[in-house]
Design a protein around this ligand. Structure first.
Ligand code: MN
Length: 204
């Protein structure tokens, strides 16, 4: 079973002005498609990789080819990222459970957002900022390249609740070098309904 590009769950211009239509069109249709295509090439080249879920591949990524790490991570990260965004006003609010955990584990929403943005801004080169559940508690972390907290190579492993792509391809057309401005705008288009679902599953 080949991996496929999931359709974007909203129109390419639906996240404007936070993320512009051209960025979304290229990001989804070119960058994510390329991760899918190269992941399929890498899996097709090694019979032992056939018929594994993407999550299975990521969990044992230290033993797999670099092309699977880069492109499998790219495919999983982007598939989730599209779902973690929603047009402004349509993403709901943090659930009572998630909000309580942000207060208890991360010092409240304001400090959490500042720490998340700092993690994204401080990630050297390309990568991702994450909110994860680790040993039952929320934690803010980041990964380089297309790594993620599901990978056995990640410094901080856990279940993802929220993530932000901080590769330049995610923001450069509109924000140029101003990654912090992009991260600030990110909070206006977070799909909290999806984050709530992921948090409940991680705690379940
Ligand atoms: Mn990306």
């Amino acid at each position: 079973m080949a991996f496929t590009l999931p359709p974007l769950p909203y129109a390419y211009d639906a996240l404007e002005p936070a993320i512009d239509k051209e960025t979304m069109t290229i990001h989804h249709g070119k960058h994510h498609q390329a991760y899918v295509d190269k992941l399929n090439d890498a899996v097709a080249a090694d019979a032992s990789l056939a018929d594994h879920s993407i999550e299975d591949l990521l969990a044992g990524i230290s033993k797999l080819p670099k092309a699977v790490r880069n492109n499998g991570g790219g495919h999983w990260n982007h598939s989730l990222f599209w779902e973690l965004l929603a047009p402004a006003g349509q993403g709901g609010e943090p659930s009572a459970e998630l909000a309580a955990a942000i207060d208890a584990d991360l010092g409240g929403m304001e400090k959490f957002q500042a720490d998340f943005n700092a993690a994204g801004a401080a990630q050297f080169g390309s990568g991702w900022a994450w909110l994860i559940v680790q040993d039952g508690k929320l934690k803010v972390t980041s990964t380089p390249n297309q790594d993620n907290p599901l990978m056995d190579v990640a410094d901080e492993q856990g279940a993802v609740v929220l993530g932000a792509d901080v590769w330049e391809h995610a923001y450069y057309l509109k924000y140029q070098n101003r990654r912090p401005d992009y991260l600030k705008a990110f909070w206006g288009i977070v799909n909290w309904n999806k984050a709530n679902e992921l948090y409940a599953a991680a705690k379940g």
